[in-house]
Design a protein around this ligand. Structure first.
Ligand SMILES: [Zn+2]
Ligand SMILES: [Zn+2]
Length: 351
């Protein structure tokens, strides 16, 4: 019998570029695995980093880890899932289950983890083999599969801003960087009870990201650091004390320095995303004089996925303005460059 094939977006080998749409076999599943029909797949900064050879990966590999879809088939040992179920999934596949991190509930940080999209085949394809059904999460009916591609970035925000950054009712929160993560972080902080949320961008964000942010109801203030005195504003709005929590989502040395200036003494700084550099200038003594708590973050906790789904489903997060680009897989060059040039916020493939 002839093998069924599909078109998938593949990183073919090590090196910059080397991404192409290829005809590949539709995956077969083992007894403990599920086959997912991908209905929507979010394009993440990680995919762009892999395109440019700036993130670890094991080629040839189908890109993409932010999937939402329906279960197409289940292996004979799989319990609790059936064809047609609407799902998203934590990308923490192939964690060893034995190491200290796995045994303490932190499989997302296991050194043996190989996620879809870089370690094993991902979701930029019509079908995807998912080896660990226990990592799947069921979607409520009121969340569309396109919106559900935001669950993974939202889970990052929940882990980093709510669980680890501990935003509390009444907090004054400044978010630096108005990309998809910054926008979600600002809305999540407000949903968690922040009294005030301000979002900071630059001239480069004026064409799209800041105008979108200004339309989102739960973001109180949107500022351009190249046009306004953001530190003076932050002091003023917090009665001279400084803000309680800074969420850094720009990955720039200047954004990090600004965050430290904005915080009150004993404030909390929670950082999302990489700078792309091994070392950066850091205002160490000013942070010390304020006795700040600085939180580094990587990946998502189990609990953050459930919270992210509930938050998105609650209607407290405006998802519509965030997905600016959508298209079929063959339009990948156009979608990748729109996101890189900040002409888009979030792009979604509809395979
Ligand atoms: Zn992602
Ligand atoms: Zn492990």
């Amino acid at each position: 019998m002839k093998e069924k094939t599909m078109k998938a977006l593949v990183k073919t080998a090590k090196g910059p570029g080397l991404v192409e749409l290829q005809e590949v076999p539709v995956p077969r599943i083992g007894d403990n695995e599920v086959l997912i029909e991908v209905k929507a797949a979010g394009i993440c900064g990680t995919d762009l980093h892999i395109y440019h050879d700036e993130f670890p990966y094991w080629p040839p590999v189908i890109l993409g880890h932010e999937f939402a879809g329906t279960i197409a088939a289940v292996g004979k040992n799989v319990r609790g899932w059936k064809p047609g179920d609407r799902v998203v999934g934590e990308p923490h596949t192939l964690a060893c289950g034995r190491c200290w991190l796995c045994r303490t509930g932190n499989r997302q940080l296991c050194p043996e983890k190989r996620s879809p999209g870089w370690g094993i085949d991902g979701c930029f394809a019509p079908y995807m083999r998912f080896p660990e059904p226990e990592l799947l999460h069921r979607l409520p009916d009121n969340l569309t599969l396109e919106e559900a591609t935001l669950v993974e970035p939202m889970a990052n925000v929940v882990t980093d801003v709510l669980e680890r950054g501990r935003v509390e009712a009444g907090d004054m929160v400044a978010v630096i960087g108005p990309g998809p993560i910054g926008l979600l972080a600002a809305m999540a902080a407000k949903a968690a009870g922040a009294a005030m949320v301000m979002l900071v961008g630059t001239d480069a964000d004026e064409s799209l990201r800041l105008p979108v942010a200004r339309k989102i109801r739960s973001i109180d203030y949107v500022l351009n650091v190249q046009k306004e005195n953001v530190v003076a504003f932050g002091l003023d709005v917090s009665g001279g004390r400084g803000v309680d929590v800074v969420v850094e989502a720009s990955g720039s040395a200047s954004g990090i320095a600004l965050g430290i200036e904005l915080l009150r003494k004993l404030g909390r700084f929670t950082a999302i995303g990489l700078t792309g550099k091994g070392e950066i200038a850091f205002p160490y003594d000013p942070a010390m004089f304020k006795a700040l708590t600085f939180i580094f973050n990587l990946s998502t906790s189990f609990t953050s996925w459930e919270t992210a789904i509930r938050l998105l489903s609650s209607g407290k997060i405006e998802t519509a303005p965030l997905i600016t680009h959508r298209g079929s897989l063959d339009r990948w060059p156009e979608l990748f460059s729109a996101l890189e040039e900040k002409k888009g916020i979030k792009g979604v493939f509809l395979p």
